[in-house]
Design a protein. Structure first.
Length: 164
């Protein structure tokens, strides 16, 4: 069997198997967002985290989790549109670093008549790593899905079918 035959068989198999690689990367992005979520919201430094930004962050996190899970289901079936959703979600994960983590890292609050940093260097590094891993996993999932979508689409055209 030649390399061309093997490639054709692999492409034909894509019609019958799910895109689990992209889907699992979405789950990884969700998992690291949950780690971020838990790490930030378990912090209790005075009253710093009791404001509207945290409320908006919680609402955004819920929307993010739902959208990322929906995208994970969409990429299983090689749906191109979900790649673009993953790109947006991935980029927003990087943007989130500059909102709560960056502001909390530079903020000081008075607790028991002493100025205390809201977020230490260790926690800041950890939550940034969580967001970076989450964002990168989503971006990579989107790229893989686009690549596989194009391969499957080309293969289906070559055999006279169209993407569903």
């Amino acid at each position: 069997m030649t390399t061309q035959d093997e490639r054709t068989i692999a492409r034909d198999r894509m019609r019958f198997i799910k895109n689990t690689q992209s889907s699992r990367l979405c789950y990884l992005g969700i998992l690291f967002d949950v780690f971020f979520f838990v790490n930030i919201y378990k912090s209790d430094v005075g009253t710093y985290y009791y404001n509207y930004k945290i409320g908006l962050s919680i609402v955004y996190n819920l929307i993010f989790l739902l959208a990322a899970f929906l995208a994970s289901e969409g990429v299983k079936n090689y749906k191109k549109e979900y790649s673009y959703s993953l790109f947006i979600l991935g980029i927003l994960q990087f943007v989130r670093i500059f909102i709560i983590p960056m502001q909390a890292h530079s903020a000081k609050i008075e607790v028991d008549n002493a100025l205390v940093g809201v977020m230490g260097n260790g926690q800041f590094t950890l939550v940034c790593a969580y967001l970076i891993i989450s964002g990168a996993a989503l971006l990579i999932a989107g790229l893989i899905n686009l690549k596989k979508y194009k391969e499957l689409s080309e293969h289906l055209k070559s055999i006279g079918q169209e993407m569903a």
